[in-house]
Structure formats: structure tokens, C-alpha cells
Design a protein around this ligand. Structure first.
Ligand code: IMP
Ligand code: MG
Length: 185
């Protein structure tokens, strides 16, 4: 039995399904930004890394990448408290630039609300949002989602960038955590 298997209830989105959707999103983004000229993919760390790494290879318009690390206070299974802070800021100046945020999952929306408010103060030309997963039914603050990989139910998931207590981000699929294995803050 592999170490992650004791936490896995079921595979929610398998690798081929993920990869096909990421390719489709990349094609859509490439069409939409064909005439943009100055696209910056802004990956939210840590969860967005796998998605960014695969997505960027399906975007065929010139673009740059940058990273913003945010976390919520405390280290538990979710960050819905609204207590979000920046752990590592961007390296680029984004004023006047076209920003596409790359995020792993939106739950309550607090993390993205915080990120978007911070970025807006730097006056980019545009900000759009691309999330792999969307727990739309859990939203407590409104977030405009421009590109969405999959809408999912309110289950705690891990793999493909998403962690289970900081581990298993490397799994190539999205799995549902067994409910009796979820550690709360
Ligand atoms: P929000 O601030 O409630 O929208 O939560 C967003 C953040 O919580 C994400 O960026 C993840 O880091 C984390 N998160 C929410 N749901 C899950 C999940 O099911 N698995 C792993 N992380 C999650
Ligand atoms: Mg995240």
C-alpha cells in the first residue's frame, strides 16, 4: 500500500481527465490573449504549481510567469477564515500589465479576495482569474471566475498541487480525503 492510499477515499479527477481539461483551458486562454502582448501568469503558491507548470505548456502566446505565496493563519485543512497574509511577494512590477491569476482551488473565496484587493492597488491593466477547482457552493465572498477547470462538491481534496497537511502535492490526480482522516485546525 502506498503512503497516500490510507487517506484516499476515491480518485475524483484522474490524470487523463485533468490533462485534457488543462489543455483545453490553455487553448482558450491562448485565443483570448492572442492580441494582448503582455500576459503575466501569476501563480498562487504553493497549490498552483502543478497547474501552472502544465497550463503554461499549453499557452501558445508569449507570456511571463511570476509567483505570489499566501497562507492563512494556522496550518489546518482549509483557509476559510479570511486571515490571509503574503509570505512571498511578486518579483515583477504589475502596473499596466495583464494579469491572469493561476489558483488551485477556490473555497470560501477569502484567499482570492485578499489577493485581488492587494493586486488592484498596484493598478494592473487587467486582472482575470483561472482556477483549476471551484467549490462554488462554499463561497462566502463573491469572486469573478474567468476560467474554471472543474466545479466540485464540498469535499476535501488533495493531489496535483493541493496538500494534505503539506504533503502529497505531487500526486498526478485529484483525490478525495477519507472524512475520518481530515485534521481540523
Ligand atoms: P478559500 O480562502 O476558502 O477560498 O480557500 C482557498 C484555499 O484553501 C486554497 O488556496 C487551498 O490552499 C485551501 N483549500 C480549500 N479547499 C481545499 C481542499 O479541498 N484541499 C486542499 N486545500 C484546500
Ligand atoms: Mg491555494
Amino acid at each position: 500500500m502506498l503512503p497516500y492510499e490510507k487517506y484516499l477515499q476515491e480518485v475524483l479527477i484522474d490524470e487523463p481527465t485533468l490533462q485534457a481539461r488543462v489543455a483545453a483551458l490553455g487553448a482558450e486562454i491562448s485565443r483570448d490573449y492572442a492580441d494582448c502582448g503582455d500576459l503575466l501568469l501569476l501563480c498562487i503558491l504553493k497549490g498552483g504549481i502543478m497547474f501552472l507548470a502544465d497550463l503554461t505548456r499549453h499557452i501558445n502566446v508569449p507570456h511571463e510567469i511570476d509567483f505570489l505565496a499566501v497562507s492563512s493563519y494556522g496550518r489546518g485543512v482549509r483557509s476559510s477564515s479570511g486571515n490571509v497574509r503574503i509570505d512571498m511577494d511578486l518579483s515583477e512590477n504589475i502596473t499596466g500589465r495583464h494579469i491572469l491569476i493561476i489558483e488551485d482551488i477556490i473555497d470560501s473565496g477569502h484567499t482570492l479576495r485578499f489577493v485581488m484587493d492587494v493586486l488592484q492597488t498596484r493598478q494592473p491593466a487587467s486582472i482575470k482569474l483561472c482556477t483549476l477547482l471551484d467549490k462554488a457552493s462554499m463561497r462566502s465572498v463573491e469572486i469573478p471566475v474567468d476560467y474554471r477547470g472543474f466545479e466540485i462538491e464540498n469535499k476535501f481534496v488533495f493531489g496535483y498541487g493541493l496538500d494534505l497537511d503539506e504533503k502529497y502535492r505531487n500526486l498526478p490526480f485529484i483525490g478525495v480525503v477519507k472524512t475520518d482522516m481530515i485534521v481540523h485546525d
